[in-house]
Ligand binder design. Structure first.
Ligand SMILES: CC(C)(COP(=O)(O)OP(=O)(O)OC[C@H]1O[C@@H](n2cnc3c(N)ncnc32)[C@H](O)[C@@H]1OP(=O)(O)O)[C@@H](O)C(=O)NCCC(=O)NCCS
Length: 159
């Protein structure tokens, strides 16, 4: 399933996908989706989404959804992997998220549940933490490996 960066014309498709999968969409705007990726089927329908929201020096993974017919095929895992790659390229060393519905999935892809108090202030104060998700939702974090540094010849480490 091809995954690509979201463009402005994807806004309605992303919002529809989120609403159909029980996720908040009211604050998903044209500016926010600049940090989103989408998976698109052969007919051009958006069947998967996920995004990074920059919050000061922190980054929140949000709006991860895959249409029910295509779940279990690895789309979300790939979306998360590409978003993590992007976060690393921005120099971020950890990603935060809040989920009321997908804690097991995120554990599977390397996130650990932590107390909300451990989240940086800008994350705790963001709209999603403050209002969009219930207080019982799991706060999760993944520490990212640092980006490979170029060696003396300018080549990147292979790991
Ligand atoms: C959570 C969600 C995005 C997962 O999408 P998906 O495309 O089915 O996930 P993948 O196929 O990439 O699964 C990757 C791995 O996680 C596992 N997994 C997927 N959903 C899971 C779940 N709900 N519980 C436990 N494991 C899960 C898969 O078995 C797979 O494991 P494997 O690679 O070791 O076999 C999808 O279920 C969804 O859209 N849910 C509704 C919206 C939602 O709750 N989003 C989270 C908001 S924060």
């Amino acid at each position: 399933m091809p995954i690509r960066k979201a463009v402005a014309a994807d806004l309605t498709g992303i919002q529809n996908l989120l609403l159909a999968n029980g996720l908040p969409a009211q604050d998903v705007s044209g500016a926010l989706i600049e940090g989103f990726l989408v998976a698109e089927d052969a007919r051009g329908t958006i069947v998967g989404s996920g995004g990074l929201e920059q919050l000061g020096s922190s980054v929140l993974l949000r709006s991860l959804a895959v249409t029910p017919e295509l779940r279990g095929t690895g789309i979300a895992r790939e979306l998360v992997a590409q978003l993590e790659c992007h976060a690393r390229s921005l120099g971020r060393q950890e990603i935060w998220l809040l989920t009321a519905t997908a804690e097991r999935f995120f554990e599977r892809v390397g996130y650990e549940r932590v107390s909300r108090d451990e989240a940086p202030r800008e994350v705790r104060l963001c709209r999603q933490f403050a209002a969009l998700c219930p207080a019982t939702a799991a706060c999760m974090r993944k520490r990212l490996p640092p980006n490979p540094l170029p060696d003396a010849d300018g080549r990147l480490e292979s790991s």
